[in-house]
Design a protein around this ligand. Structure first.
Ligand SMILES: [Zn+2]
Length: 300
């Protein structure tokens, strides 16, 4: 395990305890940066532990089996459909799409169908990688293997429910921009929204709000086109997710812009929890729909 002594977003050493959760492996602790409001896990798995975790242990940990389950495939398909609906109005021209953390390949397949693009994935989990390869997709276990294979750059890179799992989100986004994206390429990111999603679990090293997600992407040198909080296919009421569209521009890193204070984040989290409790009790059908019951066209 490793401790995080400085905020990965603003480098402030000033942190305050945010929340603790308990799972089968023990306690998981999150801190809130007093400088910028980022919420991050500490202590957390180190690089070797993360590699083992995502290679073999992650899926059995979250769904009791290594194999893709029907439920998980439905969730991924519904999530891919929602992401495409959000991106469609931007009338993008996509020729090469890289999905990082491509899992079953649902996002790659959906976007390929919409844009007729070439599709490449990165998925460290062996079973899911093989599953997506069996559907005719090109999927590598890591960025290193992508390089060894001599793949070229991409004009769309997506990370859906991935950034919160990475030990160095800004570093990874910079690496993607500098080595793998064409100038002006599109970046699509989605994360659980800390304000209204439970969001905290051992695999989530970070818990973003729309504001800290936007700042993280800006610090990696992207120009953010929009950020939206929404319920996806899950809920027409709760803003469970934050989705962001940005462009890889040859711009220097901008000064940090902090819009949400640490006090504000605790306040909105408390309000979000109260809202979730109220609607779960009185309007359960609107709070966490299963993918097969979700409307085909979500009300975003
Ligand atoms: Zn900070």
């Amino acid at each position: 395990m490793e401790h995080v002594d400085r905020c990965p977003l603003c480098a402030s050493p000033h942190q305050t305890l945010f929340e603790e959760i308990h799972d089968a492996h023990g306690r998981v602790t999150y801190y809130l940066c007093r400088g910028c409001g980022l919420v991050y896990q500490s202590p957390r798995m180190d690089a070797g532990e993360l590699e083992r975790f995502y290679g073999h242990e992650y899926r059995p940990f979250v769904q009791a089996t290594d194999e893709p389950t029907t439920k998980d495939l439905q969730v991924q398909a519904a999530r891919a459909r929602t992401a495409l609906e959000m991106v469609r109005p931007a009338s993008l021209r996509v020729t090469r799409h890289l999905d990082v953390g491509s899992s079953s390949g649902a996002v790659l397949l959906r976007f390929r169908e919409a844009y007729g693009c070439a599709s490449v994935g990165i998925e460290p989990g062996e079973t899911y990688r093989r599953f997506s390869q069996s559907q005719g997709l090109t999927v590598y276990p890591s960025l290193d293997s992508l390089r060894r294979a001599g793949e070229g750059r991409f004009d769309l890179v997506s990370l859906l429910h991935v950034l919160e799992h990475l030990p160095d989100p800004i570093g990874t986004l910079k690496q993607l921009r500098d080595a793998w994206m064409t100038p002006g390429a599109i970046l699509l990111v989605e994360v659980p929204n800390l304000v209204e999603h439970e969001g905290l679990e051992r695999a989530h090293l970070f818990a973003f709000t729309a504001a800290t997600l936007r700042e993280t992407v800006r610090q990696a040198g992207f120009r953010v086109s929009w950020t939206r909080s929404h319920g996806g296919f899950r809920s027409p009421i709760l803003k469970l997710y934050a989705t962001l569209l940005a462009r890889a521009e040859p711009a220097p890193v901008r000064p940090l812009r902090v819009r949400s204070t640490p006090f504000g984040i605790k306040f909105w989290r408390r309000l979000g929890k109260a809202k979730r409790r109220f609607f779960t009790r009185h309007f359960p059908d609107w709070t966490w729909q299963s993918p097969e019951n979700a409307p085909k066209s979500s009300s975003l």
